[in-house]
Design a protein around this ligand. Structure first.
Ligand code: PGA
Length: 265
C-alpha cells in the first residue's frame, strides 16, 4: 500500500522569525498519524521549522538542492549542508524550470543526488497549458520522466520506495484553476507507464507515490484523493494557512483509513 503524503511548499514566503510558529500551528491542527506530512520552507527557515516540528511527526523538506557537494557555486546549497535540517527535498519545481532554466537532465541528476544523500525527493513534472490544449500533455510528461531517469541513472527502479513524484500542471499552479481528478489520474497512470517504459518493473512503478499539485485547497483536495492512483498533494498557497492545511490533512486521513481497510479486506 502506498502512503498518503501531504507536502507544503512555502516557496519564497515566511521569515526565520515567523516560520517556526506557523509550522507549529500547522502541526497542531493536522495531527493525523496515517498521513505523511512534510513542510518545505525557504532554506533560512529550515532550522526554526525543524525545531518547531520536533516531536510532532511532521517532516521538514528543502525546496531545492545543488548537484555538487561543495565548491564555487555562489548562492547554492548542497545536500550535505541539508543534513540535520531536512529529510525531504522538492526537485524540479516548475517555478525553477521557468526562472532558473532547470532542465529535465539537471533535475534527474538532482533526484539522484537526493537519493545518494538520504533525502527523499519530491520530483515535480507537469505540462504547460499549450501542451494540454494541443493534446500532448501526457507525451510531454512522459518525456520529462524519461529524460530525468536517463540523466540521473535512475532507470532501475531500486528507488521506488524513496522517490515521490508530484504531477503539477503548470497552468494550475497559483492560478486557482485545478486539473480535473480524472485528468490527474490519467497522468498518474502515464507517469507510472513511463517509469515502466524506462526500466522499472510494474511493481516498482506501482510503488511510487504520485501526488497532485496545483491550486489544492481544503475544498479541492477530495477530487484528487478520490482517485486511487493519486496519493496526496503538493500544496503551495494554501499551505501557509493552518485552517486550509487542517482541512486538507483531515481529508487525506479519511482516504488513508479507507485505503487501509480496503487493503485488509
Ligand atoms: P499552489 O502551488 O498550490 O499555490 O498552486 C503548488 C505548487 O507550486 O507546488
Amino acid at each position: 500500500m502506498r502512503p498518503i503524503i501531504i507536502a507544503a511548499n512555502w516557496k519564497m514566503n515566511t521569515t526565520p522569525s515567523d516560520a517556526g510558529p506557523l509550522a507549529a500551528a500547522i502541526a497542531a491542527v493536522t495531527d493525523a498519524p496515517d498521513v505523511e506530512r512534510v513542510i518545505c520552507p525557504p532554506y533560512v527557515c529550515l532550522a526554526p521549522v525543524r525545531d518547531a516540528l520536533a516531536g510532532t511527526g511532521v517532516d521538514v523538506g528543502a525546496q531545492n538542492v545543488h548537484v555538487r557537494d561543495a565548491g564555487a557555486y555562489t548562492g547554492e546549497i548542497s545536500a550535505a549542508m541539508l543534513a540535520g535540517l531536512a529529510s525531504w527535498c522538492i526537485v524540479g519545481h516548475s517555478e525553477r524550470r521557468r526562472d532558473m532554466g532547470e532542465t529535465d537532465e539537471l533535475i534527474g541528476r538532482k533526484v539522484a543526488r537526493c537519493l545518494e544523500s538520504g533525502l527523499r525527493p519530491i520530483w515535480c513534472v507537469g505540462e504547460q497549458l499549450e501542451d494540454r490544449e494541443a493534446g500532448r500533455a501526457e507525451a510531454v510528461v512522459r518525456e520529462q520522466v524519461r529524460l530525468a531517469l536517463v540523466a540521473g541513472g535512475l532507470a532501475g527502479g531500486a528507488w521506488a520506495h524513496t522517490i515521490v513524484i508530484a504531477y503539477e500542471p503548470v497552468w494550475a499552479i497559483g492560478t486557482g484553476r485545478t486539473a480535473s481528478g480524472s485528468d490527474a489520474a490519467a497522468m498518474a497512470d502515464a507517469i507510472r507507464a513511463a517509469l515502466e517504459a524506462n526500466g522499472w518493473t510494474h511493481e516498482q512503478a506501482q510503488a511510487v507515490p504520485v501526488l497532485y499539485g496545483g491550486s489544492v485547497t481544503a475544498s479541492t483536495i477530495a477530487e484528487f484523493l478520490s482517485e486511487p492512483c493519486i496519493d496526496g498533494a503538493l500544496v503551495g498557497g494554501a499551505s501557509l494557512k493552518p485552517d486550509e492545511m487542517a482541512g486538507i490533512v483531515a481529508r487525506a486521513a479519511t482516504t488513508a483509513a479507507a485505503r487501509r481497510s480496503a487493503a485488509l479486506r
